[in-house]
Design a protein. Structure first.
Length: 333
């Protein structure tokens, strides 16, 4: 079912003139990555992931969705099929771990008709996003005072005021009463998932992952730390490269030369054209520098060299003293 939904999403996006990129194919692949599909239109990049059950989430994937969004400035489009109890409902955003999940039908309405969801599902019931100014205008057009509306709804007058000032969201049941009294179905305020604020603290990364680094990876991390750069390692395999490099977490938003993303290898058998093609794809998508850090005795095949990926041997990296020398090394590699 997941692959069927993913194929529908891909077709829908292509019809809307988005570029789509997938690692593998829909028929046979079960993605282990924090995305199933990368999508680009103009300068915006989105990462699409389909979840069969949004109450059975892999913590590593959720963590990397957030870091991926922050570091590479992409927006996640997360499609859910069901939760623990039932299929997800349309026109609704389900929030899990601070991330928004919607159905395929909801996504299709957004893309084809610009109809965004207006229900935010929470455990214990959903809340409705009403347009407070429009609610107030329609109430006044019906010559209904706040006090009169509050009495009909069975709530305090200050609650009606909070709805109109959008300091409080009504439940689905309460919203239905408001719509019936005001005789309208057109006061919903749409929730734009493309502008969803993804919150993630880079310092929250599980420190145990650093303990899982190999001897070669630990050596690279030590060098990077000594240069004065920050590194974010993807050890769970949910991202198709090993690490991201940046000056400091608070510099990520400023862009420029950073972030870099890199694969690494101390094994000749791991050097293949597919790995370089993946880095090349990310390089083209995000307009950021892709890097391959390798051990000294590894040879890069001639066909692979044509991918325009920066290759740095560990002995060259060991000679770098500071960030300025590091940038020069990358640009000259």
């Amino acid at each position: 079912m997941t692959n069927t939904v993913l194929e529908k999403i891909n077709n829908l996006l292509r019809k809307a003139n988005f570029e789509t990129f997938i690692l593998g194919n829909f028929a046979t692949k079960k993605s282990k990555f924090c995305f199933d599909l990368l999508v680009k239109k103009d300068d915006s990049v989105f990462s699409v992931k389909v979840f069969p059950n949004i109450d059975n989430l892999n913590p590593a994937i959720i963590q990397d969705i957030k870091s991926f969004s922050l570091i590479l400035k992409s927006k996640p489009l997360l499609i859910g099929i069901k939760n623990r109890y039932q299929k997800l409902e349309d026109n609704t955003i389900y929030v899990r771990d601070g991330l928004p999940f919607i159905t395929f039908n909801t996504f299709e309405k957004i893309l084809t008709n610009n109809i965004f969801p207006h229900i935010l599902a929470r455990r214990g019931g959903g809340v409705i996003f009403l347009n407070g100014n429009l609610m107030k205008k329609i109430r006044e057009e019906h010559s209904i005072t706040r006090k009169e509306l509050s009495e009909q709804l069975g709530v305090a007058k200050r609650t009606v005021s909070a709805y109109e000032n959008e300091k409080m969201r009504p439940s689905e049941e309460m919203a239905e009463k408001i719509l019936n009294i005001l005789e309208t179905n057109d006061i919903f305020k749409k929730i734009n998932i493309f502008k969803w604020n993804i919150k993630y603290d880079m310092d929250d990364k599980d420190i145990s992952e650093e303990k899982e680094l190999s001897e070669f990876e630990s050596h690279i991390k030590t060098i990077i730390d000594d240069i004065g750069l920050s590194s974010y390692w993807y050890k769970k395999g949910t991202v198709p490269f090993k690490l991201s490099l940046f000056s400091s977490p608070d510099q990520i938003e400023k862009g420029g030369f950073y972030p870099l993303f890199s694969n690494i290898s101390d094994n000749q058998s791991n050097i293949n054209e597919m790995n370089f093609n993946i880095l090349k794809m990310f390089n083209d998508l995000f307009h950021k520098t892709a890097l391959y850090i390798i051990d000294n005795n590894i040879r890069i095949p001639g066909a692979t060299k044509r991918n325009d990926i920066h290759v740095v041997k560990i002995k060259s990296l060991e000679k770098v003293n500071d960030e300025e020398e590091f940038i020069d090394l990358i640009q000259d590699s």
